[in-house]
Design a protein around this ligand. Structure first.
Ligand code: DGY
Length: 327
């Protein structure tokens, strides 16, 4: 007789915070699923059987109150690399493992950084609007952009995603600077022809495009504030594919309004989405996408497969491939 699959809790299928239907099918190969809403309707029935909490990217945080309803929980497995939505010490203190899915998100996120950089530099969205406008008779000067080829790129956070951004930028003949807590190996630097800036200030002063690719921690919260923005060139562009909280948004609004920097292209904001009346949404030199760095079918499927693999291992008491031990 086939062994009964373990039970896992998921946010929802479909809807703003939910899994795509076909991704939920991947989870069903390993688990029987209960969704958040069903748990809250009948916690006594569902809570005790749940061994894994499977969190899709924007799922509301694994709140302590929710976790207390799950006495058999063995693992919180999150899709994506960022774990800033989880209180890792608290969860681990309950004897529950935490896992994420690094690696599989890096290509799509690095592609997104390049997409934002290019779209902002070359005013691709503005060009699209002009092309759609039936009144267009000539190409306005406002569509003049800045040159990407041969420019200087500053990557803040040279983890796997930052490194992949550098690899892609090499194809654009960009001069690459990076700032990271620890310097990369000489071989890694040579492969992408990247120069290490021990001081963030130096990178900010010299770069035409600054891409933020750090993970969100207490050290990186507000890393780019008024002082840092004022060190950037007035012709420079800030690209953020990390987390909104890394950039002081009030300072960014001022820098964009006053011409301290040329433009910003953001896949992440704080909060997400921004309230409709947020000043960033009204600025002509800002491009915002709604945190879609990982949003390709291939990447999303790989994330969900990895998340299911991590969770299944934890439930079986096996080593968890992507266990997160600290924030
Ligand atoms: O952290 C990640 O992997 C992405 O930003 C999705 O949340």
């Amino acid at each position: 007789m086939e062994e009964e699959k373990p039970w896992a809790l998921i946010s929802e299928v479909g809807g703003e915070f939910g899994y795509l239907e076909e991704l939920a099918d991947i989870l069903k190969q390993h688990f029987q699923l209960v969704c958040h809403r069903e748990l809250l309707q009948n916690p006594a029935l569902h809570g005790p059987k749940i061994q894994a909490l499977l969190m899709w990217k924007y799922c509301p945080a694994a709140e302590p109150a929710l976790l207390r309803l799950l006495p058999s929980l063995k693992v919180v497995a999150s899709a994506g690399v960022g774990i800033d939505h989880l209180d890792v010490p608290f969860i681990r203190g309950l004897g529950v493992k935490v896992a994420n899915t690094p690696g599989v998100v890096s290509n799509a996120t690095a592609d997104m950084a390049m997409g934002l950089l290019l779209a902002s530099a070359r005013k691709i969205l503005e060009g699209h609007q002009i092309a759609l406008d039936p009144r267009t008779t000539h190409i306005p000067q406002s569509l003049m952009g800045v040159e990407v080829t041969g420019s200087t790129l500053g990557v803040i956070g040279m983890g796997e995603i930052g490194y992949k951004i550098a690899q892609r930028s090499k194809g654009f003949e960009m001069k690459i600077l990076y700032h990271n807590r620890t310097r990369r190996s000489v071989e890694a630097e040579q492969e992408v022809e990247a120069s290490y800036c021990e001081r963030l200030d130096e990178l900010l002063r010299r770069s035409d495009f600054v891409v933020v690719a750090v993970k969100l921690t207490s050290d990186t919260t507000g890393l780019i504030g008024h002082r840092e923005l004022s060190l950037m060139k007035p012709t420079a562009t800030l690209v953020n594919i990390s987390r909104g909280q890394v950039v002081d948004q009030d300072a960014l609004v001022k820098a964009l309004q006053s011409g301290t920097i040329r433009a910003a292209a953001l896949d992440v904001t704080h909060p997400e989405p921004l309230p409709r009346d947020h000043p960033l949404l009204g600025l002509p030199n800002v491009l915002i996408t709604p945190h879609i760095g990982i949003s390709t079918y291939d990447t999303a499927s790989r994330m969900v497969e990895k998340m299911a693999e991590n969770a299944a291992a934890a439930v079986k008491g096996l080593p968890v491939p992507n266990e997160v031990k600290s924030q």
